[in-house]
Design a protein around this ligand. Structure first.
Ligand code: C2E
Ligand code: CA
Ligand code: CA
Length: 717
């Protein structure tokens, strides 16, 4: 663990110094061991040598004295002269070299014991065997034992032996001399060992210092470039690529140079990739325009750098872009987006606004940032430019496309003081432009934001209301045969009876319900309640009477729709001919294949389908052929001006003519007065609906006003 946390240089120095130390200590201890053994051997040898030398010296000395006494004592012993004997022995004994001298006669009795008293005179010599060997054989005997040298010599002249003399020499002196010599040797050895150790310690320190210095220098030369690379790698990790050149400057031919080159290469490729990624992260792949992140970043920077400079955000959404994708394919849709991107870019150049920018923030949404400090044109004029630029037809793959866009404008600082709020508010304004019928622009106001808050609130409350779907109810508006004046049916129109807000009209919640998917459960509840109502009216109605229910997009494309309607009708025992559905053309266009299938199933089951608001959308005749619809409802915008506008009259007449030829039924919507009703009668319009005949009303009221007339006895509803 410690090794892992230790720096490379420290580790390298520790290991190398350790190795050097171990090597020095091993060789030193070997050397000391060898020199110790050597001096021990020398000491022993010296001891042996000096013992030998001293012994031979003492023997030689003893032998010389013995030889001298052998002759010199002859006369004294021969004449039994004790005094002469003492006279000869005394100087030898006083010398201290000879510790004792005993003279014995040829019978082995002591003649003189080397003392003045001669206490042992006449006593037999203690070792008679020695006496025998000296007297009889004339041998000179030497015996070294118990730190003493004994030399026994016959006393003789010319081969005549008359006795012997024994000299006793002490070897203590010799032992002391040997010990002294050994001591000297030992002292010498100790001194040299000490000197050896001192020089070993000194040389170890010196070697370690030199080696340490070298190791340090080497480790620095190794570690410094690694540290250099590490610092640069850290900087690279933080996304700073300015120092790639410095990595290359290491200029080494060794492995570190190779590593530096590899890092530099890697850094270059990371830099390139980072640039690509950052371009991708901040640009739209299709048009190459800056994307949402980039525009947000730019707005943020602009606000923090120039908080006093006003600018506007223009949120542009292409109207019905989905239809273009569905009808002409995504390839065409992409070309259209690129063309619009180019047009918007050139517009900015044309307006010569410094710091203006166009970006694509999602599918068909573009964002223009327009500085307002230099008033080349007002923001409204700029919006007009944008709208006309969007509405300019373009030819893609020999197909002429006419588009339009809705524009929302939010300006800084009035409509928000940060990028998120500005974009959100421009988006809200764009939704208002859509709600105003598209192909127009709206400038953000705080009321718009309130309406968004209102919508959110409504959405929340709608979810709650669905727990008790009785809050949703159907109102009915009568439809009459314009020729006979007979009631032929009713359009069912939803109302939300809100416990606090009162009656909420469908325009205020249907599209929220549609967008949130809540329309499916609400729609099912409405179909159920329409069937229930029909069942209540069953007894009073004629065979042709129908209730027409409006369907929204999500409902139409629900595969279970037809089954659900049929099951509800069956549950209430009602014939399918009494139930109509109304759908708008724009719903059909969203998924033509899906719509075709659903309409076919509905028609197979005997349910009539009416095309609502006819004349406001594409009003494509091919749709009328392709889809199995039984009739159309002429939109009330044609009816409302009919009495004044001759052109509307002509249009209505043309529509009526067309339906006749296609064998379709027709209902005129929004008849508000008798003039309109009469005109339509003249044009032989079959059916009419509008405030002139009756407003949408709750079922009870409808029953009272219209059903009871045909069924006088029972007003049970
Ligand atoms: P719509 O299907 O075109 O319905 C006709 C609308 O015109 C109704 O508005 C009706 O009150 C109004 N109207 C009828 N006669 C006249 C007239 O003479 N003059 C004028 N100015 N208006 C007239 P309402 O009930 O507010 O419904 C608005 C829209 O809400 C409907 O338009 C329909 O698109 C949708 N809607 C209504 N009920 C439902 C429903 O149950 N489900 C779905 N999905 N949508 C519904
Ligand atoms: Ca309708
Ligand atoms: Ca309508």
């Amino acid at each position: 663990m410690a090794a892992r946390t230790m720096k490379l240089r420290t580790r390298y120095m520790l290991v190398t110094s350790g190795l050097i130390l171990v090597t020095i200590l091993t060789s030193l201890s070997t050397y000391i061991y060898l020199s110790n053994t050597q001096s021990e051997r020398l000491k022993t040898k010296l001891q042996q040598q000096s013992t030998h030398t001293y012994t031979s010296e003492i023997v030689k000395r003893g032998t010389q004295l013995s030889d001298y006494l052998s002759e010199a004592l002859f006369d004294a012993l021969y004449s039994y002269n004790l005094e002469a004997t003492w006279y000869l022995l005394q100087p030898i004994l006083t010398d201290g070299e000879i510790s004792r001298a005993i003279v014995f006669d040829k019978h082995g009795n002591i003649f003189h014991d080397g003392t003045p008293e001669i206490a042992s005179f006449g006593q037999p010599f203690p070792d008679q065997d020695v006496v025998r060997r000296v007297i009889e054989n004339g041998e000179q005997l030497q015996d070294i034992s118990r730190r003493r040298l004994y030399i026994t010599t016959p006393i003789e002249v010319s081969g005549m032996i008359i006795g012997g003399v024994r000299l006793e020499l002490s070897t203590a002196r010799m032992a002391i001399d040997i010990a002294e010599t050994t001591n000297i040797v030992e002292r010498l050895h100790d001194k040299s060992t000490q000197a050896l150790l001192t020089s070993a310690v000194v040389s170890t320190v010196v070697i370690l210092a030199i080696a340490g210095g070298l190791v340090f220098a080497f480790s620095v030369s190794l570690v410094r470039p690694i540290q250099h690379l590490t610092r640069h790698a850290e900087k690279l990790g933080q996304g700073s690529f300015e120092h790639i050149g410095e990595i290359k400057q290491l200029n080494r031919d060794d492995e570190i140079g190779g590593l530096a080159n590899a890092i530099a290469k890697m850094a270059e490729s990371i830099q390139q990739r980072t640039q690509e990624i950052s371009y991708m992260a901040y640009h739209d792949a299709l048009t190459g325009l800056p994307n949402r992140h980039q525009v947000m970043r730019l707005i943020r920077t602009r606000i923090s750098k120039y908080p006093d400079k006003p600018f506007a955000i223009m949120f542009i959404d292409i109207d019905d872009f989905k239809l273009i994708n569905d009808n002409f394919g995504h390839g065409t849709g992409d070309v259209l987006l690129c063309t619009l991107a180019k047009r918007l870019t050139s517009l900015i150049k044309l307006l010569e606004l410094d710091g203006a920018m166009v970006s694509r923030i999602s599918g068909d949404e573009f964002l223009l940032l327009l500085p307002l400090e230099k008033e080349i044109c007002s923001i409204e004029t700029a919006a007009e430019h944008v709208l006309s630029l969007l509405a300019t037809p373009m030819t893609i793959e020999s197909e002429e496309l006419i588009t339009s866009g809705s524009v929302g404008i939010a300006s800084y600082p009035a409509s928000g003081n940060n990028s998120e709020d500005l974009i959100k508010n421009a988006d809200i304004a764009m939704y208002c432009a859509k709600a105003q019928g598209k192909n127009t622009y709206c400038v953000f106001t705080h009321e718009m934001a309130e309406s968004v808050i209102y919508r959110n609130q409504i959405e929340k409350e709608m979810r709650r209301a669905l727990l008790t779907p009785e809050q949703f109810e159907l109102w009915y508006q009568p439809q009459f045969d314009l020729i006979t004046g007979e009631l032929i049916g009713a359009e069912a129109l939803v109302r939300w009876r809100h416990p606090e807000r009162g009656i909420i009209p469908p325009m205020d919640f249907i599209d929220i319900a549609e967008k949130t998917g809540l329309i499916v459960p609400i729609g099912e509840w409405l179909i159920h309640s329409a069937c229930e109502q029909l069942a209540k009216w069953r007894e009073c109605l004629n065979d042709n009477f129908h209730v027409a229910v409006n369907l929204s997009c999500k409902q139409l494309y629900n595969s279970q729709l037809s089954n659900f309607i049929c099951s509800q009708l069956a549950a209430h025992d009602i014939d399918t001919k009494h139930f109509h559905v109304e759908i708008t053309e724009s719903i059909l266009m969203q998924n033509e294949a899906g719509a075709e299938k659903t309409l076919e199933t509905l028609s197979k089951n005997g349910i009539n389908v009416w095309l609502d608001d006819f004349g406001t959308g594409y009003s494509s005749l091919s749709y009328l052929r392709r889809f199995t619809v039984s009739g159309i409802k002429i939109d009330r915008s044609f009816i409302s001006n009919m009495e004044e506008d001759k052109r509307d009259q002509n249009l209505v007449q043309a529509l009526l003519q067309m339906t006749k030829e296609l064998d379709l039924e027709v209902v005129a919507e929004g008849i508000e007065n008798a003039v309109q009703a009469e005109l339509l009668q003249q044009f032989e319009c079959q059916t009419g609906q509008g405030y002139h005949f009756g407003r949408p009303m709750p079922a009870e009221e409808f029953t009272k006003q219209f059903i009871c007339q045909s069924c006088c006895t029972e007003c049970s509803a």
